[in-house]
Design a protein around this ligand. Structure first.
Ligand SMILES: N[C@@H](CCC(=O)N[C@@H](CS)C(=O)NCC(=O)O)C(=O)O
Length: 229
């Protein structure tokens, strides 16, 4: 079967899937869709995902939407280099960390990052400041969880991938000029959270990592750091 991935530059859910494919060393056909050209809303793409969202993956007759479902599918279809642990206990821990990102990590990061990324930091300045203590608490917890190198077991799992992509969104926001007015205390990560920086370096060392980075993040007036670790 040949894997096809529909993705968009800067979509962290899509980045999760690209990283999972890199961890597993699976080749795929890339379909990069332009958000600005509304390529996620064409009849052809809506036939793949009626919600018009990337990532979407096709593998022969199987079509999967939703990044975490795609990771779970890839792990069942291509078990080498497991993403959801090697034992039932590890699987439970990976799922717990993934769901903690969705329930806690993502909203906490978004509260601070989104106003900086989407140009609303002036109107939302109190929300950004109020979000900082919770953000620092999440980063403290993440640092504890990655202190041994990876979140679960000793290989990169779906938990690492999901948290890493979320962290990337935070770093992109924290390295924007507008962030200077907020004293986020987040960048460079190594200043306060060296364990997180070391963990990020490990993920950035995955073979093929560079090809997974959102292409447009390397461009423009304020490119994101090529490495966060
Ligand atoms: N929960 C979904 C989120 C997918 C999503 O929101 N994708 C956004 C990009 S990050 C998208 O495709 N937006 C395009 C649009 O709404 O037209 C997942 O994890 O796959």
């Amino acid at each position: 079967m040949s894997i096809e991935l529909y993705w968009g530059s800067g979509s962290t859910p899509a980045w999760r899937v690209q990283l999972a494919l890199a961890v597993k060393g699976l080749p795929y056909t890339s379909h990069l869709l332009s958000f600005s050209a509304r390529e996620t809303r064409t009849p052809e793409f809506l036939a793949i995902n009626p919600r018009g969202k990337v990532p979407a993956l096709r593998d022969g007759d199987v079509v999967v939407n939703e990044s975490i479902a795609i990771l779970a599918y890839l792990d069942r279809a291509y078990p080498e280099h497991p993403l959801f642990g090697a034992t039932p206990a590890e699987a439970a821990k990976v799922w717990r960390m993934v769901m903690e990102f969705e329930s806690h990590g993502n909203p906490t990061i978004s509260a601070v990052a989104r106003p900086l990324l989407f140009g609303t930091w002036e109107a939302d300045s109190s929300k950004v400041r109020e979000g900082l203590p919770a953000l620092h608490t999440e980063l403290d917890l993440l640092a504890e969880r990655v202190a041994t190198g990876t979140m679960v077991g000793d290989t990169v799992s779906a938990a690492d991938i999901v948290w890493f992509c979320g962290l990337q969104q935070l770093v992109r926001a924290a390295t924007r000029p507008a962030a200077a007015g907020f004293d986020l205390g987040v960048w460079p990560l190594s200043a306060r959270w060296p364990a997180i920086a070391a963990w990020a370096r490990r993920i950035e060392a995955i073979e093929g990592y560079d090809a997974t980075r959102p292409p447009h993040w390397a461009e423009g007036e304020h490119p994101s750091p090529a490495r966060i670790g």
